[in-house]
Design a protein around this ligand. Structure first.
Ligand code: ATP
Ligand code: FE
Length: 363
């Protein structure tokens, strides 16, 4: 099968065509980083406007690269939520129309399930159910057991900011010039580059959730480290015009965030075994921050201690893309999980409620 996937939940307009055995026939991804960075974050209406402008050409270009026409596509998969409503409707309207006009099956995809299933793509099928998955991205920080397609048990989630936002805000706090450097993956990826030159020991940071009441909680928290960095800046504890200071601070933040993730992933593994009575076959990390090498090393050390493999999608497939939507579409298509042509977006959509989201026609 060949599935066309469309993604517009946030600030990337993306499309891809993927085959049932995991071959990427074509992909197109238009970023909007530049549009939003001068505002210091994503502006929802600007994002929707950009999607509206770009989606026709992104779809057309993807078909052309694959040397295919809509008739050759077996199904259309499109992100249904969660995300920014005005952005979601653009992709959804495009996907629904393409599918309806060409009488193709339509698959509404949960964006976070797509991140979670991405690691399964490929001929070797390295990742088997059930597995422990860490979804670490710009909007989410979650640990869960993926029992099957459409069946997930949430274990921990962040109490405040996501890990991706923490990377982005710290990168801005130390004024990393990531746009000039043209780093894909946003400020977080620029922070990783800078951290390579840094000495983490110079600026020790507080470990989040280290109290006796929170140490055994599998949730996450990043607001403490973020306000620590903000305070350091106010107190001029570092000089943001000095490259070595920037690098040392980046390294210290990255090390603390990676260690926090590792501790909470260990609790999630214990929870899967004890409370959920599930023997996971491997650990998966996905979402933009899973492209970070320090984060991967920290999680893979934990996985090794439990004799589990750690599997992460290649970095460019960790951040938002059309391939993951097309692949999730294939997984759902195989199980007959299709949607009607008038399917709606869902702005807030907890991953463990996927099963309980039956289709209700509108009045
Ligand atoms: P969600 O999937 O939760 O809706 P999103 O789609 O905006 O959020 P992703 O595209 O999966 O998020 O990830 C983007 C985030 O990943 C950004 O916060 C970005 O800074 C971060 N990121 C990307 N590359 C890296 C890296 N190498 N190191 C750290 N963070 C990174
Ligand atoms: Fe995402």
């Amino acid at each position: 099968v060949r599935v066309l996937g469309l993604e517009t939940s946030c600030d990337d307009t993306a499309a891809a065509i993927v085959t049932g055995d995991g071959n990427i026939l074509a992909e197109t991804n238009v970023h909007q980083h530049k549009v939003h960075e001068e505002h210091g974050g994503i502006v929802p209406l600007l994002a929707a406007d950009r999607h509206l402008q770009k989606i026709p050409l992104v779809v057309r270009e993807t078909l052309e690269k694959a040397e295919m026409r809509m008739e050759d596509v077996d199904a259309v998969a499109v992100t249904r939520g969660p995300g920014l409503p005005a952005s979601l409707v653009v992709g959804l309207a495009a996907g629904k129309t393409l599918a309806a006009v060409h009488a193709k099956p339509l698959i509404g995809v949960h964006h976070m399930e797509a991140h979670a299933l991405m690691a399964r793509m490929g001929a070797e099928q390295k990742v088997q159910f059930p597995y422990l998955c860490l979804l670490i991205s710009g909007g989410h920080t979650l640990s869960l057991v993926v029992h099957d397609v459409n069946h997930h048990s949430l274990i921990g989630q962040t109490r405040d900011e996501s890990i991706g936002v923490a990377f982005d805000k710290v990168a801005r706090e130390i004024e990393l010039p990531w746009i000039d450097a043209q780093v894909g993956g946003g400020p977080g990826a620029a922070l990783e580059q800078m951290a390579r030159e840094g000495n983490a020991a110079r600026f020790p940071m507080p470990m989040p959730m280290n109290q006796s009441t929170t140490a055994r909680d599998p949730g996450f928290s990043f607001s403490g480290i973020m306000s620590h960095v903000a305070r350091m800046r106010e107190q001029r504890a570092f000089d943001h015009t000095c490259r070595q200071d920037q690098a040392d601070l980046a390294a210290a933040f990255q090390q603390t965030a990676a260690k926090h993730l590792q501790k909470k992933a260990a609790l999630a593994l214990a929870h899967a075994a004890d409370a959920l009575n599930t023997r996971v076959t491997c650990m998966v990390a996905s979402g933009g921050v899973a492209s970070n090498q320090a984060v991967r090393q920290s999680l893979s050390a934990l996985a090794r201690r439990h004799s589990l493999p750690l599997i992460c999608p290649p970095p460019r497939l960790c951040t938002d893309n059309g391939v993951m939507i097309a692949w999730a579409g294939i997984e759902r298509l195989r199980r007959g999980l299709l949607d009607p042509y008038d399917v709606d977006f869902i702005q807030r959509w907890p991953l463990d409620q996927l099963k309980q989201m039956p289709y209700v026609p509108r009045e």
